[in-house]
Design a protein around this ligand. Structure first.
Ligand code: UCC
Ligand code: FAD
Length: 579
């Protein structure tokens, strides 16, 4: 009838307004800040070769690879434990898109690049920039890649052994038919932070470096990997476990494709990282080979974790980048109160604050990537090695936390739609949440930073501030950087004094202290960028925004009053509340 023809809502008509969705385009082209920073960091002759690859990949991660990542999120891994006849089969089923991610990773050289070393010390930076484009479109394939890189680097650092030769070649291969990924199995039921205490896995010697492992690994992220690096206690002749841990290499499957003495107990039901086949594993006579010196497992694993922690950080910053890109595009499409939401100053201000976090941390990531590249080419000075060791945990803890905050804020910036699963946006928040837990929690890595100061007799902190103070000295020559460099210089001196006086209380303040150190160092790197871009307005604005926060409150305000013995006693009483 006439009325239903005229009405906007009737039968198959659903109204006339449909919101244009936020879209992403070439992720390299869309990111001038990234491109400019690479121009600053990488010599022209190298960048000329690297850039076309980043352009083509930037396009892929916004198109075909992005679509694959959505498939990975939808088609989560499954475990079939038994066949129809009751035989234990532990068949892990992952989707086609996940398998394609493996092929893409090989072809694109996502692990191979730094090992091919075609661009000298810049090979690492190139790889990290490429992984940065890939991470939020990877369906979290970036996780097995991180561990693969960690394993390859560890094999290389220890020296390729007879039993790791094939693994090294495969982990670093560009050939999808050859390429292997690796897991890392450290965490057991008793504890993941205190690995030394928590590891119960036993290693029984067979012959030479060949052992059989018996134990239970509580978390294994990428159970479809080809090999793993793990820890165990070597049993002596009286069947007593060793005090210290040793690192082992093992293939996950035997030549006939059956599992190598491993039972997949179950897959974990997780808040996020649903694309990953995270499992609990019973090791029941797994054939393994001793990789590290006897009893040196924790130390060797820690060097490996320093690589995966850098990957953690690049994922964190890349998740922020992607979420902001969605929020930015949406702001130019969505209207409220008669205008586009980008025209609402408050909304724009909110987006700007997130952009600050992402840009600033990219500078610190690249700084670390450069040091890593130097180290791997044996071109890093002793001071640079110390700096790399010290800044890595700071970078990891800060970026992980910011990733959670920023992706959460971006979801809100997209309104109710940001919360809707099939937009492909909520998983950025869910997946960010794990970044502060695995690879060492915030507390553990804050303590790790302190330990590295102690182990170096304070030298790492001296080197850290030497770098900052040197930059301040250079920056003072620029009128528009003078004020900030004086502030930073003063703060640095105050921190050094604070550490001498408050040595004992630092453990409680470790978190705030580590975040503070990160902010100071990043402030220095923003200043360096300003100088390199001839004081570009947007970089000066970034600097202004970065300084518009209490950089290191643990030193500059009264927070330290809460670290005294009396205060801690009250805090426990306050928190436990009679429980
Ligand atoms: O979570 C995991 C995988 C997740 C998936 C991967 C994703 C990658 C990113 C992808 C993003 C999408 S694997 C599990 C991760 N687990 C942890 O991170 C463990 C956290 N706990 C720690 O880091 C602790 O600080 C421990 C276990 C290292 C502390 O143990 P101890 O027993 O107290 O160890 P010590 O005594 O402090 O250190 C033992 C040795 C020393 O060397 P030596 O023996 O030569 O004196 C230390 O100097 O280890 C050395 N060491 C280090 N070396 C300790 N920490 C470090 C370090 N950070 N760098 C270099
Ligand atoms: P705990 O060690 O029990 O810590 C609990 C809390 O106590 C934390 O907040 C911690 O910060 C705090 N705490 C502990 N000690 C101290 C201290 N001295 N001072 C102050 N605070 C302290 N592990 C692997 O080995 N391989 C994997 O592939 C892997 N994949 C994972 C995948 C997912 C999705 C998740 C969630 C975890 C994975 N893990 C993996 C495990 C992860 O590394 C551990 O969960 C993590 O290291 C923390 O260990 P835990 O869970 O035993 O916590």
């Amino acid at each position: 009838n006439l009325q239903s023809n005229l009405a906007s809502f009737a039968g198959s008509k659903r109204g006339n307004f449909f919101q244009n969705e936020p879209k992403i385009s070439n992720q390299y082209e869309e990111d001038p800040f990234l491109r400019e920073q690479l121009e600053i960091e990488i010599p022209k002759e190298y960048l000329k070769e690297i850039e076309p690859d980043l352009y083509q990949f930037g396009h892929q991660v916004a198109t075909n690879i992005f679509q694959l990542s959505l498939e990975c999120e939808k088609n989560v891994p499954r475990l079939e434990k038994f066949d129809a006849w009751g035989n234990r089969i532990d068949k892990l089923i992952v989707c086609e898109a996940w398998k394609q991610m493996k092929n893409i990773s090989a072809k694109e050289g996502l692990i191979a690049i730094p090992y091919e070393n075609n661009f000298s010390i810049y090979s690492r930076l190139y790889q990290i920039a490429k992984l940065y484009l890939f991470a939020p479109s990877s369906g979290l394939y970036s996780c097995p890649l991180a561990m693969t890189d960690g394993a390859a680097r560890t094999i290389q650092a220890i020296g390729v052994q007879e039993f790791t030769k094939e693994a090294y070649e495969r982990l670093t291969s560009r050939d999808p038919n050859k390429f292997w990924t690796s897991g890392q199995w450290m965490t057991e039921r008793k504890g993941g932070s205190d690995v030394s205490e928590g590891t119960e896995t036993e290693a029984y010697i067979q012959t030479g470096d060949h052992y059989k492992l018996y134990g239970f690994k509580w978390f294994s992220s990428a159970t479809d990997s080809d090999m793993t690096v793990t820890l165990a206690r070597i049993m002596d002749q009286n069947n007593k476990p060793s005090k210290d841990l040793t690192m082992f290499f093992a293939k996950i499957r035997k030549d006939d494709e059956s599992l190598n003495g491993v039972e997949i107990q179950r897959l974990k039901n997780k808040l996020g990282t649903r694309q990953l086949p995270t499992a609990e594993l019973l090791l029941d006579g797994m054939d393994a080979y001793r990789m590290s010196e006897i009893g040196k497992g924790v130390s060797r694993v820690s060097s490996m974790l320093n690589i995966t922690r850098i990957h953690n950080s690049l994922n964190a910053i890349a998740f922020m980048r992607r979420a902001i890109n969605f929020a930015r595009d949406y702001a130019t499409k969505r209207k409220a109160f008669g205008k586009l939401i980008i025209e609402h100053d408050l909304h724009c201000h909110t987006l700007g604050n997130m952009e600050v976090e992402c840009r600033a941390s990219l500078l610190t990531l690249f700084f670390v990537a450069k040091l890593l590249g130097k180290m791997e080419c044996n071109q890093a000075s002793k001071e640079e090695l110390e700096l790399l060791r010290f800044i890595t945990p700071l970078l990891k803890i800060y970026t992980a936390k910011q990733s959670i905050a920023v992706t959460s804020e971006c979801i809100e910036a997209i309104g109710g739609q940001g919360y809707i699963e099939d937009t492909g946006i909520p998983n950025l928040l869910r997946d960010s949440q794990v970044l502060s837990i695995w690879e060492g929690t915030t507390n553990i890595l804050s303590l790790d930073a302190l330990r590295s100061i102690k182990k170096s007799n304070g030298e790492s902190l001296q080197i850290f501030f030497k770098h900052i103070l040197k930059t301040c000295e250079q920056a003072k020559k620029f009128d528009r950087l003078l004020e900030k460099s004086v502030i930073l210089e003063k703060m640095s001196k105050k921190v050094l004094k604070f550490v001498q006086i408050n040595n004992n209380e630092l453990v409680v303040g470790a978190r705030e202290f580590s975040f503070g150190l990160y902010r100071l160092f990043t402030a220095c790197l923003i200043m360096e960028r300003c100088m390199k871009t001839n004081l570009k307005e947007t970089d000066l604005f970034l600097l202004e925004k970065w300084f518009n926060q209490d950089l290191i409150p643990v030193v500059t305000n009264s927070a330290k009053n809460f670290y005294t013995k009396d205060s801690l006693k009250i805090n426990k009483h306050f928190f436990m509340n009679g429980h």
